[in-house]
Design a protein around this ligand. Structure first.
Ligand SMILES: Cc1cc2nc3c(=O)[nH]c(=O)nc-3n(C[C@H](O)[C@H](O)[C@H](O)COP(=O)(O)OP(=O)(O)OC[C@H]3O[C@@H](n4cnc5c(N)ncnc54)[C@H](O)[C@@H]3O)c2cc1C
Length: 496
């Protein structure tokens, strides 16, 4: 028989988003009763798990898609915003390390220089202009550019060895980029939270329905092993369910959910675990996306550090799928069609036929074709040394525009009910790196009464000293905040 319980905050999902929100709310008000519900037997097993994402601390240092060029003008606004957002996450993690809540930082974050690498006259010109535009801003002042073969050999030996010496090449570098194991980060946060009073974690419980009853949400779930059904009444619900967020948002039927759809994209990596090769590449090297490729399939050759072990990772190879989660169903895409989103979904589908064709083509790529892609970055790569690894799924947002047509978006967005009783996080890029920034947005929109007082804003400022201020505008504050982040998280060790 179903048992009904009461909670203040119900977090759906055990990934980095719900967990970051749970951590922040716990710091803001230890009296809040918080319940976190996860359908799998472990937390952080979908997109947040180390091998399911690239672990890039997205700061706009190396990702060329954040600085598009139009009519010879490089737009840096998105890179500035992403950089600022990442500094917010770094401040939260620094605070948690200083409080002893998170362990030694190398257990979840490691200094890994962020570099962009391009070849061919046209792209070398672009990179030079990008560097000139970005390095004028204090957020990117430490970025350096080179087209000198000796410097390149020092920065990225595997990438330049075996390359045609006549080929024009260039790179930029920021020494204090980060490789983040978001899975480890999340598991450490959950471990601490579950030791606190008023915090309950319910694993293996699949949220099936949610309905507003008076001023509360009644959330129904089923235990996946014994079939036990349970309902919990909550004052506030956060749908941090990754690919599962859109279907649940649709079930909530809040007006704000109407018109949203999702376009899933699968991912694969090539991984090389030869320790001697991994030791020669200490960097995340991002290139330019191939023509027709979506922004999230920008190829990169990365150092990955998971459980203290270094490996090389190349990818992602994006692909077509109809599943919203790795452990989801092939019917996910079709079940997400509703009368309020069918038109936007159809029109987005028609205007993105090229992308769909590209993704289908990627699924059928041969191992040889994949190795050719690796060799664009690492010319001496040998096939037998790489294994294929399935990455997580990303559900890109399809959003209804003013004319009722759908637009495919590649960002992350918080959708909240007008009364602040429910919020959902949709999209997956830049993703986990901006978790703290996104969760502040949730808190501002869903806890306006608490945020109008003095206690919550002051506590937020203790956790995140730049809270309420702009790191884009305030150079002195950025200097202070960044030097502390680099020191506490050990990211300054990458500066050589
Ligand atoms: C290939 C790839 C590469 C990426 N690279 C990067 C990167 O380099 N840097 C970066 O910052 N971000 C990256 N991301 C994005 C990042 O991984 C995600 O944005 C982030 O992990 C999302 O966290 P989440 O908590 O929202 O979702 P998830 O980690 O997917 O967690 C959601 C959880 O909710 C659970 N759930 C779902 N439905 C239900 C339900 N009905 N009931 C109960 N529980 C449910 C799921 O089981 C899951 O555990 C990448 C993603 C992918 C796929």
């Amino acid at each position: 028989m179903a048992i009904t319980e009461e909670t203040d905050v119900l977090l759906v999902g055990g990934g980095v988003m719900s967990t970051t929100l749970g951590m922040m709310l716990r710091q803001l008000d230890p009296q809040l009763k918080i319940t976190q519900v996860e359908r799998l037997d472990h937390v952080a097993h979908e997109s947040t798990d180390g091998w399911n994402n690239a672990g890039t601390g997205h700061a706009g240092y190396c990702e060329l898609n954040y600085t598009p060029e139009e009519n010879g003008q490089i737009s840096i606004q998105r890179a500035l915003e992403i950089n600022q957002s990442f500094e917010v996450s770094l401040q939260l993690w620094s605070y948690l390390v200083e409080q002893g809540i998170l362990p030694a930082p190398e257990r979840f974050i490691n200094p890994t220089p962020h570099q962009s690498f391009v070849w061919g006259e046209k792209d070398v010109g672009y990179l030079r202009r990008r560097h000139a535009a970005l390095s004028q801003h204090h957020l990117f002042r430490d970025m350096t550019f080179t087209d000198d073969p000796r410097t390149l050999e020092e920065w990225m030996p595997l990438v330049v060895q075996g390359r045609d010496p006549m080929q024009p090449v260039a790179a930029t570098r920021v020494p204090y980029g980060a490789d983040v194991d978001f899975g480890s980060l999340t598991r450490h946060m959950v471990t601490w939270l579950t030791e606190q009073p008023n915090y309950e974690l319910m694993l293996s419980n699949d949220v099936k329905a949610l309905k507003k009853k008076g001023d509360k949400w009644r959330v129904s779930m089923r235990q996946r092993h014994n079939g036990e059904e349970r309902s919990i009444n909550a004052r506030f619900v956060f749908l941090g369910a990754g690919g599962g967020a859109l279907p649940l948002l649709q079930k909530s039927n809040i007006t704000e959910s109407h018109g949203y759809g999702g376009f899933p994209v699968s991912g694969q990596w090539l991984v090389c675990e030869r320790a001697d090769l991994a030791a020669q590449h200490h960097s995340k090297v991002y290139g330019k996306a191939p023509l027709g490729a979506p922004p999230m399939s920008v190829p990169h050759l990365d150092t990955r550090i998971i459980n203290g072990e270094s490996a090389l990772l190349f990818g992602p190879f994006a692909g077509f799928t109809t599943k919203f989660q790795k452990e989801g169903s092939y019917l996910d895409l079709f079940s997400s069609l509703r009368s309020n989103n069918i038109r936007p979904m159809m029109s987005a589908g028609i205007s993105n036929m090229e992308l769909t064709r590209y993704l289908i083509g990627e699924v059928f790529q041969s191992p040889e074709a994949r190795m050719r892609a690796v060799r664009n970055f690492y010319p001496d790569a040998k096939e037998g040394e790489w294994r294929l690894q399935q990455a997580g799924k990303r559900v890109q947002i399809v959003k209804k525009n003013a004319e009722g047509r759908g637009k495919l978006e590649f960002g992350t967005e918080v959708v909240a009910a007008h009364d602040g009783s429910l919020a959902a996080l949709l999209g997956a890029s830049p993703g986990a790196s901006t978790a703290a920034h996104a969760m502040i947005d949730v808190i501002k929109r869903c806890f306006p009464r608490e945020m109008a007082g003095t206690e919550w804003p002051e506590r937020l400022k203790t956790m995140i000293p730049s809270f309420g201020e702009s790191l884009i505008d305030d150079e002195a504050l950025l200097k202070k905040v960044r030097s502390r982040n680099l020191r506490v998280l050990g990211l300054d060790k990458g500066q050589h």
